[in-house]
Ligand binder design. Structure first.
Ligand SMILES: Nc1ncnc2c1ncn2[C@@H]1O[C@H](COP(=O)(O)OP(=O)(O)O)[C@@H](O)[C@H]1O
Ligand SMILES: [Mg+2]
Length: 390
């Protein structure tokens, strides 16, 4: 049973041809660079892309670069986009070496100083009528390693060689733009004028992003609607598309291992648990009796593996049944609700209040990080031990 149509579409290196919910940000980025394409009186453009992990900074920059190269080509302009990750290339010197390699500039790789590399690069750019956009990703690493000096160097060279420098533009990619305001004064000026900030994705946006990636990577009707919803909800706590796509991919792997023809919410729970194992056996033992009984009721409600959520009223009924089974007097509804909230505070369950207006507002309960089957097994074992105690 094959479920993946093209698994590579979920790899981290893959850059999708469209990025849903980033249309506005991409337009803004283009606007900042529009003067470059007009080409008449080129100036060095500097733009900052900011946003927390998994908001699409890297993907958007690379997609922009690809589109920019194509657009320039259609205008018979020689423009190259170069994307460099500062986590991999941690100093200005290694960054410049990467650029030189990328452009295949015939410079000897030894015995060169940073200045010589930079001048060699600028000379080559001018001689070949080239424009370069250099994107420095995870630039906080470079700041941590070398402080303000690389930025100082890049902009000062620009002052000395205005003509050449105008052909070299920059995109600086950071999580938090505040780190750039820690740079020395002379460098900082003007740097934060052009910022494209990427806000975290909400559940609805993640759902759309996932649906699109599902259609690229899986055969039709393989990933259940409920499973996509569940991944979107789990990832919306962080607003993180990388976490969402990683969970999607792993869910597919668990489905494959089960020889299942569909990806169910239970596969999603397994995948999520394998990424961030939240509930440890030891911490279950410390739960109170009624917390354990409620948790067991939740696993019963979700047990079929086809359900991502249960409602609080449905759960209360199951809880009363479980109490009966173990010969325990059930708690009143308000106490039951209190226990639910305690379980949520400990990160064991998630309670989601739907926003269908105040009257229609309902609570949905789910187990985000752990497969039902494992949890159920463990709870039954603990509860049996408990009831045997005098
Ligand atoms: N709007 C989007 N549409 C489709 N995929 C997206 C979108 N935003 C992010 N992704 C995907 O999510 C993952 C993380 O994005 P990435 O650009 O690496 O985030 P960041 O660099 O901000 O940490 C990548 O696989 C990327 O392709
Ligand atoms: Mg990134």
């Amino acid at each position: 049973m094959r479920i993946f149509k093209d698994e590579a579409k979920l790899s981290l290196e893959y850059v999708p041809p469209v990025l849903p919910h980033r249309e506005g940000e991409l337009r803004l980025l283009n606007a900042f660079f529009s003067s470059l394409l007009r080409g008449k009186q080129a100036i060095s453009v500097r733009v900052v892309i900011s946003g927390s992990a998994g908001t699409g900074k890297t993907a958007m920059a690379k997609l922009f670069g690809r589109q920019m190269e194509a657009e320039a080509k259609s205008r018979r302009m020689n423009l190259r986009y170069i994307h460099i990750n500062c986590r991999v290339n941690r100093t200005l010197f290694t960054i410049l070496k990467r650029v030189v390699e990328h452009l295949k500039i015939p410079l000897p790789s030894r015995g060169y100083s940073t200045e010589e590399l930079m001048h060699g690069l600028l000379d080559y750019i001018v001689e070949n009528d080239l424009y370069v956009i250099l994107a420095l990703d995870d630039v906080e690493v470079l700041i941590k390693e070398e402080g303000s000096s690389p930025f100082y160097f890049l902009t000062r060279i620009g002052e000395e060689r205005e003509d050449r420098m105008s052909r070299l533009s920059f995109i600086f990619i950071v999580r938090n733009p505040e780190i750039l305001s820690m740079l020395e004064n002379g460098v900082r000026v003007g740097m934060l004028d052009n910022v494209v900030h990427l806000p975290e994705y909400d559940a609805e946006q993640l759902y759309n992003i996932l649906s699109y990636r599902v259609s690229e990577a899986f055969f039709d009707n393989v990933v259940l609607e409920e499973s996509i919803r569940l991944i979107a909800d789990l990832a919306s706590e962080r607003g993180d598309a990388r976490y969402a796509i990683e969970t999607l991919w792993r869910s597919g792997k668990y489905a494959e291992a089960d020889e299942s023809s569909v990806v169910t919410p239970e596969h999603v729970r397994k995948a999520a648990a394998s990424i961030y194992p939240a509930i440890k056996k030891e911490s279950l033992a410390y739960l109170s009796l009624h917390e354990k009984l409620i948790l067991l009721a939740i696993t019963r409600a979700l047990a079929l593996g086809e359900k991502a959520y249960t409602t609080s009223s449905e759960l209360n009924e199951l809880y009363r049944l479980v109490c009966e089974e173990y010969g325990v007097q059930p708690k009143a509804y308000t106490r039951f609700w209190e226990y639910l909230q305690k379980l949520e505070d400990q990160g064991i369950i998630r309670i989601k209040v739907s926003s269908e207006g105040i009257r229609g507002r309902r609570s949905y309960i789910t187990l985000p990080e752990v497969p039902v089957s494992i949890l159920q097994h463990e709870l039954v074992r603990l509860l049996e031990g408990e009831s045997k105690e005098p």
